[in-house]
Design a protein around this ligand. Sequence first.
Ligand SMILES: *[C@@H]1O[C@H](CO)[C@@H](O)[C@H](O)[C@H]1NC(C)=O
Ligand SMILES: *[C@@H]1O[C@H](CO)[C@@H](O)[C@H](O)[C@H]1NC(C)=O
Ligand SMILES: *[C@@H]1O[C@H](CO)[C@@H](O)[C@H](O)[C@H]1NC(C)=O
Ligand SMILES: *[C@@H]1O[C@H](CO)[C@@H](O)[C@H](O)[C@H]1NC(C)=O
Ligand SMILES: *[C@@H]1O[C@H](CO)[C@@H](O)[C@H](O)[C@H]1NC(C)=O
Ligand SMILES: *[C@@H]1O[C@H](CO)[C@@H](O)[C@H](O)[C@H]1NC(C)=O
Ligand SMILES: *[C@@H]1O[C@H](CO)[C@@H](O)[C@H](O)[C@H]1NC(C)=O
Length: 764
Amino acid sequence: MKTVKELLSHHFCLWLLALLVANNTTMSTSEEYQTYIIHMDQSYKPASFSTHESWHRSTLASLSSSDTIYDEKTLLYSYNHAMHGFSARLTPSQLSELEKLQAHRATYPESYGKLFTTHTPKFLGLKHSSGIWPTASYGKDVIIGMIDTGIWPESNSFNDKGMSSIPGRWKGICENGTAFSPSLCNLKLIGARSFSKGYQAGGGNISTEFDYDSPRDCTGHGTHTSSTAAGSNVVGAGHFGYAMGTAQGIAPGAHLAMYKVLWAGGESDKSAASDVLAGMDQAIADGVDIISISLGFDEHTPYFNDVIAIASLSAIEKGIIVVCAAGNDGASNSTHNGAPWIITVGAGTVDRSFVGRLTLGNGLTIEGTSYFPLSILIRNAPLYYGENNISKATCAFSSLDPTEVSGKVVLCDYTGSDNSGQMEEVQRAGALGGIFSNDKFILEPEIYSMPALILQSRDGSLVKNYVMSTNSSMVKEMKFVITKLGIKPAPQVTDFSSRGPDPVNPGVLKPDILAPGQDVLAAVRADKPEMDMGMYTLATDYAIYSGTSMAAPHVAGVTALLKAVHQDWSPAAIRSAIMTTASSIDNTYSTITDQATELPATPLEFGAGHINPNKAMDPGLIYDIHFQDYVEFLCGLGYNNKQISAVIRRSQWSCRDNASDLNYPSFVVVVPKASIYPLVMNFTRVVTNIGDDDSIYQAVLDVPSGMRIQTEPNTLSFTGKGQQQGFTLSVEISEIDASVTYGYLKWVDQHNHVVSSPIVAITV
Ligand SMILES: *[C@@H]1O[C@H](CO)[C@@H](O)[C@H](O)[C@H]1NC(C)=O
Ligand SMILES: *[C@@H]1O[C@H](CO)[C@@H](O)[C@H](O)[C@H]1NC(C)=O
Ligand SMILES: *[C@@H]1O[C@H](CO)[C@@H](O)[C@H](O)[C@H]1NC(C)=O
Ligand SMILES: *[C@@H]1O[C@H](CO)[C@@H](O)[C@H](O)[C@H]1NC(C)=O
Ligand SMILES: *[C@@H]1O[C@H](CO)[C@@H](O)[C@H](O)[C@H]1NC(C)=O
Ligand SMILES: *[C@@H]1O[C@H](CO)[C@@H](O)[C@H](O)[C@H]1NC(C)=O
Ligand SMILES: *[C@@H]1O[C@H](CO)[C@@H](O)[C@H](O)[C@H]1NC(C)=O
């Protein structure tokens, strides 16, 4: 189910995009040109071709069925790093000719993706005085590549005061283009490129009305995610006075490179898979350390057809960490980007809220949600409630009489849907302000174009009781622009965050981790009208956005800090550190709750838990995974040779034991519906000691009813750093009545390391 929040979670050009569900272009029978990504086996490249691109061009030129002569426009991109192959415009008969070549490995029809859209560093426990920030020098010398909508380079968040010099290994560039020139890059923003061939080949236009033909950001999304990951410190940032404070990225010392792959174009806002792949290919070639992706394609696509999964494995093989948003579908079985080599991020709330305060004539004071941007005060205004007419009481379309409500604050009954229509009606009728109630739907900040408060429905009833009890109900005072901290409970799993099990492979727990994704303040493009206030449009340099799009760059920033501290850690080791130190407990010391139900959430919603950067720096033990382990994993999935070769981009490999059980820091038992109990599943794992030389770890088990858990051995002794120990975890399920049951394995040593892994049983 899509909530209002999801649809409005991006600005106009983007929320249109959010409605476009990725759909694979079907092959047409007529000889029409379509874009295909062609995966080739590079071992077939004749030595006579000096580059892959010349081989690709020659292959295309040789297609005999071509009814038009091969021209420069046929080939869109030649890929060499994320995948070997190219994207091209082809007719169906040309495609079938290509597919007959021995060098052909796989075909992916073009598809289109969607986006998943300054207090958060403090909420994550980041401090200047101690912990990972100073230890990591704020992410110095690490390069984060953003695959997104572009960047607004003039934003103060990308100033390079105090930044270290550009690492010598960097090969990226800053492109010239519309309203963009290489001189806009600096020591913070060290690369900026754009990829639009696939978008344009698919009929998309880059018109000046909607977007810039350059890495410049039209929508604000890429500027927001980039400044969240690695924005410099900016004092005095706020969203029209809300959330005022110092805006800073999670890794303010890290360098940024933007790869623009999403294009806004009125009715054809799109990100084409061929462009996303080109952006990732370039990021790998340029030498980024981390790739952050806040967009995704159809979540049901198996790895061998998923270009983000394939390109990410190629990145991982080169030691590049890939962090992706899990999606904003809010439903179970809907996580995107869940390949086990990717860090998949869900969105949590933070302990901050934006409120307005209402005092009634009887002295009752109530707070409600408001993002109304002006700090005006309403005093001694009559309160209007259309109590004898249901249309008026619910502020239905065109129901209010301007002569009745003018100069008054209007109370509207809850109707079960969101309040945006009511707000429009109250504003149309010329009232002074509005009081609404809702427990379910949250409106995006830019909808609050009038003095409006949204109360919890029980508070709304209090106001209604007051109105009914007197003939002269009054609002004594209504005040706006109040930011409150310390809200409890926090974090919660946001209602829009995509939940597991992963639709492609329920056997690996996804999402991996929860990070702040609601009401995140970060930089946007500065000149864009963010709010329509009737007579005025207001623009802001910093804005509050929500989405798993916002959560992923928080984790990308944390991985940059970890990379700065532990340059030798593999992407899997960094993910392990983040997962095994995460917390499933909120600020009321209870299990993190689900915002949608207010009930305790499970690892299917929060993964290993909420990210804790300071602890991740010193996890004690690491569950590492090597490239060959992923190959064994793919063999264990029962993929055929062609499918495996598509994912690992090789024609030769061997599988020793077809182990679909990866050395993952979480455990999932998939229980088929008609199972015979008890059901036993054994997992084997190997942990590496990266903590103190002399450490003795004891297994502490947190066992739910219906499950029995054993480890063999249950003590792991280490005498030095880098030592490895294996263990078996045996899970016996005697019954399972809920759709999900879970416990924890915690390895605890004498130096306060707690290495925690969720053990989850799901029925499918
Ligand atoms: C940079 O791009 C702009 C706009 O496309 C163009 O007018 C200008 O000539 C370009 N400059 C260079 C040096 O290519
Ligand atoms: C792109 O622009 C061309 C020329 O302005 C126009 O004919 C075409 O309809 C546009 N395509 C889309 C998809 O907007
Ligand atoms: C209620 O108000 C609406 C809109 O102002 C009006 O059309 C309708 O006649 C009213 N109904 C009653 C029963 O008065
Ligand atoms: C409101 O006014 C009406 C008519 O003047 C009167 O009958 C009623 O008692 C008053 N109600 C209250 C709660 O004062
Ligand atoms: C999840 O989605 C997949 C793919 O659509 C489907 O095959 C599977 O049955 C779903 N699983 C659950 C638990 O709903
Ligand atoms: C792995 O699976 C493949 C295909 O099912 C099979 O041919 C091969 O013998 C298996 N290897 C091992 C070591 O089990
Ligand atoms: C699973 O582990 C348990 C406990 O270590 C052991 O008794 C059992 O034989 C194992 N089962 C399999 C199938 O390996």
